[in-house]
Ligand binder design. Structure first.
Ligand code: NAD
Length: 470
């Protein structure tokens, strides 16, 4: 029997939405419908904002300890539902089971914010002024389909830590995952109205939230095109806006890199989340002098990233989320060929043995120039472009020649040299040889976004400084 998800979460309760539209939910591994969600509408969005507004005075007055206690309860509740969340992700999104971070990150989002909050000071002294960091107000949190549970938990943890109450508008395509996560969040027993979840379409519910006069802040993760619409919708009320948008991130392999390690690192960066990751390193910059060697190693290592059933522990790359996304990736592969790029591994069509579902062949292109569409536009699938460079300056020039600036990766056997290159890259995060720090700020230069998330930078995005001078 197919599932019908017919509730939204408003004012501490699961209620039937006022909206009546039924929207099909798919299993991308089979391409079959697995259920439907009854979508919220503007009336539901307004009810959710009203509930959040009522809850704001009490929640914004809570102490740091009370907020830490609430975040702990949320962390425990989400951890207890890990199996349900994993099952929903496998069924509805098709993320490979071996990517345990899809679930782990939902739990650590709360732990990371607890750690941030513990050492965070909400007042600072500047000369004669006491600067108080006050919660900005009701926050609208709008999330994409490509890591639904994590984005909900991360944005929620940060907003609550700041003393904001929230209205979450998850992607309509992720209703099964949202359902699993909402059950967990409800069990944490937050005060009524502090947390509200309305799954609906972007151009109705998302738009209503981003225009609403009682919403003070929008934290959005999604495409650059939608980010621009949200920014324009938010302008009349001068909302505070954090936008986490798309990317076309470079992986710069320096000529002194250990190619075995660098190729593995670059392929992992490129194929993260089946290629459906904003941070995917989809442009691999290789020194001209080592191209043939690189391609030989990469061709062999592509075998370590098989597409397949996400429930199979050997699978590295699951299906694309939807038929539309499958078609989009196919279009880009064709366009790469038409523009003169050379397919080294993969290509158009479906992988062998996977006749159903939205699977694509993990594809590596060589002979790519940085002006081709496959090098400039976000494909959001497992399609990587190898671009050669002459010297360090040329590598930096190509890396920065992009409308985006979300992430970059540098591979080198000389960390100091890699750091010098990293400091010249227009990217919100640069990872050297796989380096990672979850509490460091995350966000984009240029059209990859506005503002930062995670850690203290993320928390400050939900706070408004008030200078009190005696
Ligand atoms: P999308 O922009 O289509 O949708 C994101 C969310 O915005 C959805 O909930 C959608 O319903 C909503 N929305 C759509 N129109 C709206 C409107 N007019 N007003 C308000 N809300 C609206 O993105 P997607 O396809 O769901 O996700 C993939 C995109 O997200 C990619 O471009 C990817 O790079 C980006 N992304 C960025 C990050 C980051 O942190 N920078 C992380 C993950 C994904």
């Amino acid at each position: 029997m197919q599932n019908l998800i017919n509730h939204v979460y408003i004012d501490g309760e699961f209620v039937t939405p006022h909206g009546t539209e039924l929207f099909d939910l798919f299993n991308p591994t089979t391409g079959k419908v697995i259920g439907q969600v009854q979508l919220a509408d503007e009336v539901d969005a307004n009810a959710a904002v009203a509930a959040a507004k009522r809850a704001l005075p009490a929640w914004s007055a809570t102490s740091k300890e009370e907020r830490i206690d609430a975040l702990r309860r949320l962390q425990i509740a989400v951890a207890a539902r890990s199996e349900d969340i994993l099952e929903a992700i496998l069924t509805e999104y098709g993320a490979p089971r071996r990517n345990t971070y899809m679930v782990d990150s939902t739990v650590t989002a709360f732990a990371d914010m607890i750690e941030t909050l513990e050492s965070f000071d909400f007042t600072r002294q500047i000369g004669r002024a006491t600067v108080e960091l006050a919660p900005v107000g009701v926050a609208g949190l709008i999330t994409p389909w490509n890591s639904d549970a994590f984005f909900i938990c991360d944005k929620l943890a940060t907003a609550l830590a700041a003393g904001c109450t929230v209205v979450i508008k998850p992607s309509e395509m992720s209703a099964t995952q949202t359902h699993a996560i909402a059950q967990a969040l409800h069990e944490a027993g937050l005060p009524k109205g502090v947390l509200n979840i309305v799954t609906g379409r972007g151009d109705t519910v998302g738009s209503a939230i981003s225009r609403h006069p009682e919403v003070a802040k929008i934290s959005f993760t999604g495409s650059t095109a939608t980010g621009k619409i949200i920014l324009s919708q938010a302008v009349d009320t001068l909302k505070r806006v954090t936008l986490e948008l798309g990317g076309k991130s470079p992986s710069v392999i320096l000529d002194d890199a250990d190619l075995q390690q660098a190729v593995t690192g670059a392929l992992m960066a490129g194929f993260a989340n089946s290629g459906q990751a904003c941070v995917a390193g989809t442009r691999i910059l290789v020194p001209e002098s080592r191209l043939e060697e690189f391609l030989a190693v990469a061709t062999e290592k592509m075998g370590d990233f098989p597409a397949g059933d996400p429930r199979d522990p050997g699978t590295a790359i699951g299906p694309m989320v939807s038929e539309q996304q499958w078609n989009r990736v196919q279009d880009y592969i064709r366009r790469g060929v038409d523009d003169g790029a050379r397919i080294v591994v993969g290509g158009p069509g479906r992988p062998d043995g996977l006749p159903e579902g939205y699977f694509v062949r993990p594809t590596l292109f060589a002979d790519v120039t940085n002006d081709m569409a496959i090098a400039r536009e976000e494909i959001f699938g497992p399609v990587l472009s190898v671009i050669t460079y002459r010297d360090e300056d040329h590598a930096v020039e190509i890396a920065n020649d992009s409308a985006y600036g979300l992430h970059a990766y540098v591979f080198s056997s000389d960390p100091e040299r890699a750091h010098r290159i990293a400091s010249r890259l227009e990217a919100g995060r640069v990872s050297i040889n796989g380096g990672y720090e979850p509490l460091s700020p995350f966000g984009g230069f240029k059209q990859s976004g506005i503002g930062r998330e995670y850690g203290t930078f993320g928390l400050e995005g939900f706070l408004e400084p008030r200078s009190v001078m005696v």
